[in-house]
Design a protein around this ligand. Sequence first.
Ligand code: NAD
Ligand code: KPC
Length: 243
Amino acid sequence: TRRVALVTGGASGIGQATCRRLAADGFLLAVGDLDAAGAADSAGPDGYAGALDVADESSVDSFVAAARERLGRIDVLVNNAGITGDRTATVLHTTPVAEWDKVIAVNVRGPFLLSRAVLPIMIEQGAGHVITIASVAGQVAFPGRSAYTTSKGAALQLARSIAVDYASAGIRSNAVCPGMAHTAMTSWRLDDPVLRAEVEARIPLGRVASPDDVADLVSVLASDRLHYLTGAALVIDGGYTAL
Ligand code: NAD
Ligand code: KPC
C-alpha cells in the first residue's frame, strides 16, 4: 500500500515543492490550503484536496476526517502552512494586536490543531511522523518580525513536545528550520535586488534557498528511514545560523 502524507499550505512555495517531491517518492497526498484550487493541483488526480484553514478547529477536523476516509491512513503530517503577518507586523511595540493574533493562530494553533486531529490516527496505526516546518527564526530572532519569530519558537517546541510524548506510541516528530527561501512569502523582499543582496550577503552559501532545497530535506525525513531521529531541529539555511 502507498504511504500517505498530509501537507498543509500545499498550494504554494515550500508546501507545493514538498507535494511534488513526495508524489515523486510514491506518496499519496492529502493537501489542504486556503487556496483549494492550488491544493487540488498539488494533490494530483489520485490524492485528496480541499479548502482548509489550519487556524479553524472545525475546518481542520473535517479536513482530516475526510482525508482519512478517502486515503485510508496518514503516515506523515507536514505542518507547513504559515504566514509572517503583513507589513505592519514588524517590531513588537508597533505590531497591531490583531496581526499578532493572526500569526500565532496560523503558525502555532495550526500545527496544534492538525497534530491534535492526526495523532489519534497515528496512535491507532502504531506509527507516524509529524514534520513541522518551523524556521531559523525559531532559533535566532529574525529582525523586524517579532510575531513570526515568536510563533516559530513555539512551533519548534510543539515539535519537540510531540516527540517526547508520542515516542512510545511509535510516532516521531521533527522540525525543519529553513533559512530564507524564495517564495510568495518573501518575494516582496527578494524580488528587490538591493534587499536581496542584503540577505544573500549574510548567507555563507551566497544564495537563498529554493523551495526544492527545503522539499529535499522533507523528502529524506518522510522516507521510511532515519528511525532513530526524533525531536530534532534540522536547520537548512546555507550556513546562515553557523556564521
Ligand atoms: P507561501 O506563502 O509561498 O505558502 C504558504 C501557503 O500556506 C499558501 O499556499 C497559503 O495559502 C497557505 N496558508 C496560509 N495560511 C493558511 C491557513 N490559515 N490555512 C491553510 N493554508 C494556509 O509560503 P512559504 O514560504 O512556502 O512558507 C511555507 C512554510 O515555510 C511556512 O510555515 C513558513 O513560515 C516556512 N518558512 C518559510 C521561509 C521562507 O523564507 N519562505 C523560511 C523558513 C520557513
Ligand atoms: C527566514 C524566514 O522564515 C522568513 S522570515 C522573513 C519573512 S519577510 O520579512 O517577509 O521577508
